[in-house]
Design a protein around this ligand. Structure first.
Ligand SMILES: [Mg+2]
Length: 210
C-alpha cells in the first residue's frame, strides 16, 4: 500500500497511523514524497516513517535530481527502508547516474517515459549488471507487458488513477490475479484496443484515425 507524503509533513503522522490501522500489521507501507523534502529534514522523516509505522519504501524523499541527497539517505538511512527513484529518468544516462555509484536501493522506470520497450530493456540490463532491482512505475496495462522481460523486476505499481483511465479508454486492460498482472498472449501487441466511442467526449483536437 503506497501513499503520497511530505507535501504537508506535519499531517503525515496522522495519515500514516490511519493507513496502518486500516490495513493491519502485515502489509508493507510504501511512501512517496515526490521530492518534497529538503536534504536536511529527509533523514528525520525517513527514521520516523520506518520506526513508527514500519514503512519499507521511501520514494524520491528528495528531488531525484539531488543524487547526493538520495545517496546519503540510501547509505545512512534505516537499513530496511528502501530508497527509490527513477520515474523521471528519460535517457540511459539518467539511469546510469542513479546507480553509479548507487543512489537508490531499487530503481524505478516508467515505460511511457524512458523510451518504451527498448528503453525498459536498456534499464533492465543496467539493473542486472549493477545488482539493483527494478520497479515498474505506473501505466500498469503497458508495464505488465514490458516488464515481463526484466529479470530483476521487483514489482509493478498498480496506481488507481492510471487503472481508472486505462479501463475507461481501452479494451484489454488487465486485472490483478493473486497479486499479479498476467498479459494475455492471445491478444496481439500490448493487448490493448482504444475504445474510440468512449474516448470521444474527451477529444480536445484533431481527427479520429481512419
Ligand atoms: Mg513516484
Amino acid at each position: 500500500m503506497k501513499l503520497k507524503t511530505s507535501r504537508e509533513p506535519e499531517r503525515d503522522p496522522e495519515r500514516l497511523t490511519a493507513v496502518r490501522n486500516a490495513i493491519g500489521d502485515e502489509p508493507e507501507i510504501f511512501t512517496d514524497a515526490n521530492g518534497a523534502l529538503a536534504r536536511k529534514e529527509a533523514p528525520y522523516w525517513a527514521r520516523r516513517f520506518h520506526y513508527e509505522w514500519d514503512v519499507r519504501w521511501l520514494e524520491e524523499p528528495v528531488s531525484s535530481a539531488d543524487l547526493e541527497g538520495l545517496r546519503m539517505l540510501r547509505d545512512r538511512g534505516p537499513e530496511r527502508l528502501d530508497i527509490a527513484a527513477g520515474e523521471y529518468a528519460f535517457t540511459s544516462r539518467d539511469f546510469v547516474n542513479l546507480v553509479e555509484p548507487p543512489a537508490v536501493d531499487c530503481l524505478q522506470a516508467d515505460v511511457t517515459r524512458c523510451g518504451g520497450i527498448t528503453g525498459v530493456l536498456e534499464v533492465a540490463g543496467l539493473s542486472a549488471t549493477r545488482h539493483i532491482d527494478l520497479s515498474a512505475h505506473c501505466a500498469p496495462a503497458l508495464s505488465a507487458h514490458a516488464f515481463c522481460a526484466v529479470g530483476r523486476l521487483r514489482h509493478l505499481e498498480y496506481f488507481h488513477d492510471h487503472v481508472r483511465i486505462e479501463q475507461l479508454l481501452f479494451d484489454g486492460t488487465l486485472s490483478p490475479d493473486g497479486g499479479a498482472l498476467r498479459p494475455d498472449p492471445g491478444r496481439p501487441g500490448l493487448g490493448l484496443e482504444v475504445k474510440w466511442a468512449d474516448a470521444e467526449p474527451y477529444r480536445v483536437y484533431g481527427a479520429r484515425p481512419a
